[in-house]
Structure formats: structure tokens, C-alpha cells
Design a protein around this ligand. Structure first.
Ligand code: UDP
Length: 487
């Protein structure tokens, strides 16, 4: 069937932190007049993330999935391992990366089944094969990295300057060319500059090459949050940078929010009831995203820090292969019993956006993944920052130093995925407690931080409304692709 609609083909990286915002983006794009969206992903991901799309699609939202069979067996992976959070052991990371590359052929084999030829591909940075794919079919390709302009600019300047070369791992340096003075150390950098023991350098280099070649970049952020960084990054990319976020705000229905990213491990109503019972701004929400697997001694320190804060909390625990020892500690140490009247433990997946947007949440203890960071900004909630890996230390700088809406627990270096046991305890419970106290404090500093967070939350919510900066950027993006399609 031929259609006159502008057709966007979205190709997310298959991991929650990357797919979730792209599903939101699909919704946002498809709500625009004369736009249709296809999301190319694997069958299990289509089921997992399709849940939040089912309702709107039924009532006519023009979004559909193009399912690409996942080559698990070909790549030597167990069946069902279709997402970064399902990789059973880090030894299998190279196999997973190989499987991702095989998706190019799967997509090309199904290209003719698309409803119409796409006018634009929006693909994740780590689906680097989409560069060759888009070239082959002569479609403009826009990169989505799931990060802020602050991070993009930092990384670009680090690539260009290699300012850390020759420095020791813990020697601070100033990231050159930024509007603010931002100091980092080598062991706080993302794996592009600070590799883990799993060699992913070839994969990352290809992602970088595809990034440089991309027609433009869409960013899950809003201009007012980081205006100077948006301006600088836009200059660097020849103008084609569109901040269209916060993407998590595309959904207002609570029951849809609670299914975002996965089936929640707690009943939505039970969770809301628990939150309703507490005073405004009193609850700490602690969650480290979808991939972080804190080692058991460190997890215990985190728990003891929450307990010592003497405040109500929701703690999301994803212990996976450490489940037995974590459960033993929760029970045998008496922790769960001691905190039962003020601590809600969610084992597995939490309805995060729903929780954060509840008025009783007063602080978010976060690993500083960009989605979590931005979701906290949207909810006007200040952060207790505990970065773990990837670009999370860079995000912490934005939150704590530039925006002034967070307090760090004092994490000083990356704990690469799969290497957690090598590190033991890096942050003690006293430091967790101290950072929580600062964020929840009712004095001048705490109140100013809270006010800044609330103000940013209002600006974030306005950015996506008609007349807002992200709404305008979305219109400009569509116009750009429309113009491209007509020339
Ligand atoms: N998330 C959630 N419930 C969980 C854990 C994560 O809803 O229990 C969502 C969270 O709202 C965010 C995403 O998963 O949208 C995690 O992305 P982020 O960039 O924060 O971290 P990553 O998982 O990529 O490290």
C-alpha cells in the first residue's frame, strides 16, 4: 500500500535504556499530522515494549512493529536473550554484539514488506550497521544516542583533544571547550576512553564512525535544561540537532506509565496507596536503572544508608545471580523486618515514572542513567547521585555542578558491568546517609535545591506542549525531513 504520509523507520538498540525512549519517540512522532512510524525490533522486544503502544494503536495511532528474527542460536546465545538486561554473563557480550550486527541482513530481507519506503531512519548510535543500511537505500539517517547535549559535547571534545592522555587514572583534568569548568578523571570516563576487561573497542569505533556520518541527531532533552551546551553541540553538528524531550512525558495515563519498559513487579495501585500514605516530599526512591548489578557488600551498605536516613523509602533491588545471598541478608540481618513500616522493597521492575511523579517522593537515589536523570528532572525531584559506569559520571556533573539539583554520595570511579565483585565496597553507608540528609534537608541549601528542581520540572513539562521548545524542535525536524523528501 502506498501512502502520502512521512514515514519514519525507528531502529532502537535492544536494551531498556535505549528502547524505552525510542518507543516514546515513536508515539510522539506518530501523533503529528501526516506522519507514520515503523519500529524495527526483535519479537520479544516488540512484545515487551508493545504493551504501552497497544491502546493508542487500536485507536488509530499509525505505529507498527517490523519484527526482525533475533539470531540467538547463530550467535551462540541462549534463546530469549534479546536484550542487554537478559545477557546471562558478560562472556556473552561479544556474541550479543555479533547478533546485533546480523540484524542488518534481517532488516534488508524484510525491507520490501514495509508499508512504504521510509523517508527517514532514526537509529540508535549502537546500531552502527544502520549507517550502511541507510546509505544503501538512500535514506537520511538521524542518530539517537539517548544522552544529553552536555554529554555529547563532552565526549566530542574528549575525542578531539585526548586531554587525558598521559595522565594517571585518578588525576583530574578539565574537559576542554565547555561553557563550564568541568573536571573529570580518566577512571570516571565512559568505556570509549576507559575500557573494561571486555574488549568492545571495535564495536564502539564503528558506532563513533556511524555517529560522525549521521545526517543529524535527535536528543532526549530540552533546550532550557542545557541551552549553552545545545548551542555548542548544534554548531559542531552543522545545525542538525533536535532536542525533542523529555520523551517520558509523552504519556499521561498512569496505567500505561506503569507498564513502561517491562511488566512492573508491584501492583500499580498498591504502590500508589503506599505513596499516598506518606507526606509530600518525604520518600526517597532508590533505583539503579536496568543494568547495574551492585555486589552484595555494596548493596548492604546502600541498604544500611537508607535505613540510617530514618526516612521512608522505596528500594528497587535487581540482584539476579546474587539473589540468594541478597535475600539471606534481607531476612537474616533483620533488615526487612526493621524497616517494614517505612521501607517498600520492590524486587525486579519498578513503575519508575509513576513513582517519581507522586508528590510524596522527595529525593531520587540514582545511578545517573540519562533516562532516570531526566525523569527526575521532569518530576521536579532532586537527586542523590551514585554513578556506576558508561556516561553516568558525566551526567552527575551536569546534575550536581551545573544544574545544582543533586548531591553525590562520593563515588569516584567507574564499576564496569561484570566487574562488580572486583571492587568490594566503594561507598560506605555513612556517605549514603550524609548525601540523603543534604538532599532532604529543610534548611536554606536543601530548599534552594528543591526549588530549582521544581522549577526545572515545570519548564520540562512546558517544553513538550504546543509553543514549547521541544514541540518546536519536533516540528522543525519533520519539516526538515519533509523538505528532504521533496527534493
Ligand atoms: N526503569 C523502570 N523501572 C526499573 C528500572 C528502570 O521503569 O525498575 C526505566 C527507567 O524509568 C528508565 C530506564 O528504565 O526509563 C532506565 O534507563 P537509564 O538511562 O536511567 O538507565 P540504564 O538502565 O540504561 O542504565
Amino acid at each position: 500500500m502506498v501512502t502520502n504520509k512521512l514515514h519514519f523507520l525507528l531502529i532502537p538498540h535492544i536494551g531498556p535504556g535505549h528502547t524505552i525512549p525510542m518507543i516514546d519517540m515513536a508515539k510522539l512522532l506518530a501523533k503529528q499530522p501526516n506522519v507514520m512510524v515503523t519500529i524495527a525490533t526483535t519479537p520479544l522486544n516488540a512484545i515487551r515494549y508493545g504493551a504501552t503502544l497497544a491502546g493508542p494503536v487500536k485507536t488509530g495511532l499509525p505505529v507498527r512493529f517490523l519484527e526482525l528474527p533475533f539470531p540467538a542460536a547463530e550467535a551462540g546465545l541462549p534463546e530469549g536473550c534479546e536484550s542487554t538486561d537478559k545477557i546471562p554473563s558478560t562472556d556473552l557480550v561479544p556474541n550479543f554484539l555479533a547478533a546485533i550486527d546480523m540484524l542488518q541482513q534481517k532488516l534488508e530481507q524484510r525491507y520490501e514488506t514495509l508499508e512504504s519506503p521510509p523517508n527517514c531512519v532514526i537509529s540508535d548510535k549502537y546500531m552502527s550497521w544502520t549507517g550502511d543500511f541507510a546509505d544503501k537505500y538512500q535514506i537520511p539517517r538521524i542518530m539517537f544516542d539517548g544522552m544529553s547535549c552536555f554529554n555529547e559535547l563532552c565526549c566530542n571534545n574528549l575525542y578531539a583533544s585526548k586531554v587525558f592522555d598521559g595522565l594517571s587514572e585518578s588525576e583530574p583534568f578539565v574537559v576542554p571547550g565547555l561553557p563550564d569548568r568541568v573536571e573529570l578523571t580518566r577512571n570516571q570516563l565512559p568505556p570509549e576512553f576507559n575500557p573494561s576487561s571486555i574488549d568492545t573497542s571495535a564495536f564502539r569505533q564503528r558506532a563513533r564512525d556511524a555517529e560522525v556520518r549521521a545526517y543529524g541527531v535527535v536528543i532526549n532533552s530540552f533546550e532550557e535544561l542545557e541551552q549553552e551546551y545545545v548551542n555548542e553541540y548544534r554548531k559542531l553538528r552543522g545545525g542538525k540537532v533536535w532536542c525533542i524531550g523529555p520523551l517520558s512525558l509523552c504519556e499521561s495515563d498512569d496505567s500505561v506509565k506503569s507498564q513502561r519498559g517491562n511488566i512492573a513487579s508491584i501492583d500499580e495501585q498498591q504502590c500508589l496507596k503506599w505513596l499516598d500514605y506518606h507526606k509530600p516530599n518525604s520518600v526517597i526512591y532508590a533505583c539503579f536503572g536496568s543494568l547495574v548489578r551492585v555486589n552484595t557488600p555494596q548493596l548492604i551498605e546502600l541498604g544500611l544508608g537508607l535505613e540510617a536516613s530514618n526516612r521512608p523509602f522505596i528500594w528497587v533491588i535487581k540482584s539476579v545471580h546474587r539473589e540468594k545471598e541478597v535475600e539471606e541478608w534481607l531476612a537474616e540481618s533483620g533488615f526487612e523486618e526493621r524497616v517494614k513500616h517505612r521501607g517498600l522493597i520492590i524486587r525486579g521492575w519498578a513503575p519508575q515514572v509513576l513513582i517519581l511523579s507522586h508528590p510524596s517522593v522527595g529525593g531520587f537515589l540514582t545511578h545517573c542513567g540519562w533516562n532516570s536523570t531526566l525523569e527526575s528532572v521532569c518530576a521536579g525531584v532532586p537527586m542523590i547521585t551514585w554513578p556506576q559506569f558508561a556516561e553516568q559520571f558525566i551526567n552527575e556533573k551536569l546534575v550536581v555542578q551545573v544544574l545544582g539539583i543533586g548531591v553525590g554520595v562520593g563515588a569516584d570511579s567507574v564499576v564496569h558491568v561484570g566487574e562488580e565483585d572486583r571492587f568490594g565496597v566503594k561507598v560506605k553507608s555513612e556517605s549514603v546517609k550524609a548525601a540523603i540528609e543534604k538532599v532532604m534537608d529543610d534548611g536554606i541549601e536543601g530548599n534552594e535545591r528543591r526549588t530549582r528542581a521544581k522549577e526545572l520540572g515545570i519548564i520540562a513539562n512546558n517544553a513538550i506542549k504546543e509553543g514549547g521548545s521541544s514541540h518546536l524542535n519536533l516540528t522543525l525536524l519533520i519539516q526538515d525531513i519533509m523538505h528532504h523528501a521533496n527534493t
